[in-house]
Design a protein around this ligand. Structure first.
Ligand SMILES: Cc1cc2nc3c(=O)[nH]c(=O)nc-3n(C[C@H](O)[C@H](O)[C@H](O)COP(=O)(O)OP(=O)(O)OC[C@H]3O[C@@H](n4cnc5c(N)ncnc54)[C@H](O)[C@@H]3O)c2cc1C
Length: 383
């Protein structure tokens, strides 16, 4: 059977681009379809856990040249301004998606990925092959498809995925600022109905990104009023927004962010990154998970093309098993921490317990983060 590609990847964010680079480096023919052009700003806290660094190095990707901030400390504040600080067990780096995604896109081209700017509108699976339809009316055929199209897409509706049936109350807002802010700190500040992360990205720029409930947001009509009247009840946020100079004309927003459970394989598509499951941003780890899932899916696909994974069913089963093994517990912990922090009384109780037992904080952080990704971090079950 003749295909346009061995693997077609839908979406060129972190998961899609990383998988594209990995597979192309192993001589797998890859087409990646991304609906936007590069570079683009994205709603994201832009703090990346260091757990991804060994894997990126293995792929020949060195983010150092982009001048990221090096982040080693974490600070949390309650609405009343009570704080707790901890070292980050692994640490991380701060890099804007504008720079990072564009950098990976260029690396993908060098690796031989065929990147097409278009929107995928439908995917059909028949007689052991996929047909992919785009908004330009083009069709592509491939043996395998990776779904790496992010949190929510019209494609989810088309594929009749369950999570899309329910509205989600969560919206995200992000902007860059010029402000005096430590370059080694990522901080998370609670406010009524949400929380806001602050950290430096490259070149001394500060990212302020928050998640809030749309119902509480919409009564304030606009972002400025919301930031002044609700978020600024937290003294840290009040101080930050009072002295920071915005670098965007207006903040970016996204709505309908769903944390509902999804399946890592649907309609035979291997789902990667946020398409397989979204972790609460307060855990600061969705980007590392996107890159990690790209590693898992790429290694399995390479084994499949070498006949080490004998058939599609085993490939899908094994991907589901590994995805659950690495990410299911993290997502559950994220949901739990999120629901606790949204109750002010419990949040301050939790903070007091963590203040009394400081060793608990790094343990809690470890629950939502992974181990450094080395070449040998997964082993397959092929029967
Ligand atoms: C408020 C907020 C703050 C966050 N902060 C952090 C943080 O500090 N650290 C962290 O690690 N994570 C954070 N995250 C999570 C992180 O942003 C995501 O986990 C990460 O972007 C997932 O990468 P991805 O490649 O799966 O998806 P994306 O980066 O969303 O990429 C998906 C791509 O698919 C494309 N696409 C969509 N539909 C189609 C289609 N039909 N056809 C073609 N292309 C399509 C999109 O244009 C997009 O480029 C945050 C998330 C939110 C909401």
């Amino acid at each position: 059977m003749l295909h346009d590609a061995d693997v077609l990847i839908i979406g060129g964010g972190l998961a899609g681009l990383t998988a594209g680079i990995h597979l192309s480096q192993e001589n797998v023919r890859v087409i990646l379809i991304e609906k936007h052009t590069y570079p683009q700003h994205k709603v994201c806290g832009e703090y990346v856990s260091n757990e991804v660094l060994p894997y990126l190095q293995q792929l020949g990707i060195t983010v150092d040249e982009l001048n990221p901030s090096r982040i080693e400390r974490f600070l949390f504040s309650t609405v009343a301004g009570k704080t707790i600080e901890s070292e980050l067990p692994l640490g991380g780096f701060g890099l804007s998606r504008y720079k990072l995604d564009d950098f990976l896109y260029k690396q993908a081209l060098v690796a031989g990925v065929s990147v097409i700017q278009s929107q995928v509108t439908d995917v059909q699976f028949d007689k052991d092959q996929f047909t992919i339809y785009t908004s330009e009316g083009r069709t592509y055929r491939s043996k395998l498809v990776i779904g790496a199209y992010g949190k929510r897409s019209s494609l989810d509706k088309r594929l009749q995925r369950n999570f899309i049936l329910n509205d989600s109350p969560w919206m995200g807002v992000k902007a860059h600022y010029k402000a005096d802010f430590p370059d080694d700190l990522v901080s998370l500040h609670n406010f009524e109905g949400g929380y806001c992360g602050l950290s430096q990205v490259e070149d001394g720029i500060v990212n302020a990104c928050y998640l809030t409930n749309y119902r509480s947001f919409k009564t304030y009509k606009n972002i400025d009023t919301f930031q002044q009247q609700v978020m600024s009840q937290n003294p840290f946020l009040k101080d930050f927004f009072a002295r920071a100079t915005p670098l965007f004309e207006k903040p970016l927003t996204i709505s309908q962010i769903s944390f509902a459970k999804k399946q890592p394989v649907e309609n035979h598509i291997l789902m990667c990154g946020d398409t397989a499951g979204v972790i609460h941003p307060l855990c600061g780890n969705g980007m590392a998970m996107a890159i990690h899932s790209a590693k898992i899916v790429s290694e399995l696909i390479i084994a499949y093309f070498k006949s080490q994974v004998p058939d599609r069913q085993l490939l899908e089963n094994e991907y589901t098993r590994l995805w659950n093994h690495f990410f299911k517990k993290r997502l559950t912990t994220g949901r739990l921490v999120q629901s606790l922090l949204q109750r002010p009384f419990i949040a301050s109780l939790l903070l007091r317990s963590l203040q009394l037992t400081p060793a608990l904080m790094p343990l809690l952080i470890k629950q939502t983060h992974g181990q450094p990704l080395t070449a040998s971090s997964i082993s397959f079950e092929t029967r």
